[in-house]
Design a protein around this ligand. Structure first.
Ligand code: NCD
Length: 306
């Protein structure tokens, strides 16, 4: 049985297969409309979510399957003190596959050890968010036609942003990838990723504070929200929250073929005026997130459609 805790749980070849399957699903949705008839996805969300939970659910529904779940710890027996391991043993009796989001790093990993159904990590604290990475990779592939030879700017909360952590792990496996890490000093990428992933694999990167400095050389700009819920005090958050605001003026410094991605939700880091720019790709990204999760569900359930 397979789980998805990190993007590295899929080899580069398997990942390519998932992305190509997602492209086929987009092109021929009717072919897949009954692929999961009789199957059930459970969404176990101990932390707020809009896109991740609903896109997993949309994905299962579009495959003909059923959905069940809870969308906050308060509405589950976690509020009575039930452990993740007991919850997953229970859910294994009801569903065929599940997606779990949890504020504690490693909680989905605990779940998969006690689960008899595939577990998808839908975000664990400031650690990883592999299905967002699948979404990001499909978006980059569809817009740029490749996943190699690219300069990627990662901007904002690189310390707590789990989407950035997972994306780096996945992208370093392709050739010719360079990163520009754009963050304030306080929100720099953690050492365990800079040293153990970037330095160890000799991946070229530079760290800058000013977005304006980075923009002209980027193929992709990946904006992120300052992760309010992971700050220890409100004061630090307030100081950091509007550090970056991408607006029309800054977009004028960027190449014509640079795309802007954002896992969303956006707060202030992208001005609404940028939404009409043809390079703004964050809502397309939302749509790709459904196709890629459909492909992932089929892959983990080992369902093949001719
Ligand atoms: C991200 C997350 O939850 O980590 N959102 C998402 O799943 N699309 C990013 C964020 O919350 O800032």
């Amino acid at each position: 049985m397979r789980h998805l805790m990190s993007p590295l749980d899929l080899s580069v070849e398997e990942l390519d297969d998932v992305l190509h399957l997602a492209q086929d699903i987009e092109a021929h949705p009717a072919k897949y409309a009954h692929a999961c008839d009789g199957k059930t996805l459970a969404t176990l969300f101990y932390e707020p979510s809009t896109r991740t939970r609903l896109s997993h659910e949309a994905a299962m529904l579009k495959l003909g399957g059923n959905i069940m779940g809870f969308s906050s710890a308060n509405s589950s027996s976690a509020s009575k003190g039930e452990s993740v391991s007991d919850t997953i043993r229970t859910v294994s009796c009801y569903a065929d596959i599940c997606a779990m989001r949890h504020p504690k790093e490693g909680a989905p990993m605990v779940a998969c050890r006690h689960s008899s159904i595939p577990v998808i990590n839908a975000g664990d604290g400031g650690h990883q968010h592999p299905t967002q990475t699948l979404t990001d990779l499909l978006t980059i592939l569809n817009l740029k036609g490749r996943l190699h030879n690219m300069t990627i700017g990662l901007c904002g909360d690189l310390k707590f942003g789990r989407t950035v952590h997972s994306l780096i792990h996945a992208l370093v496996r392709y050739t010719g990838i360079k990163f520009v890490l754009i963050s304030p000093e306080e929100l720099k990428l953690p050492d365990y990723i800079r040293n153990d992933v970037l330095d160890k694999k000799n991946v070229p990167y530079k760290e800058v504070v000013r977005l304006e400095e980075a923009l002209p050389e980027l193929d992709i700009l990946y904006m992120t929200r300052v992760q309010k819920e992971r700050f220890f005090n409100e004061e630090d958050y307030v100081r950091m929250k509007d550090f970056y605001i991408l607006d029309k003026e800054k977009m004028a410094l960027a190449p014509e073929d640079m795309y802007v991605l954002h896992p969303l939700p956006r707060v202030n880091e992208i001005a609404v005026e940028v939404d009409d720019d043809p390079r703004a790709a964050y809502f397309k990204q939302v749509q790709y997130g459904v196709y890629v999760r459909m492909a992932l569900i089929l892959t983990l359930l080992d369902i093949h459609v001719d």
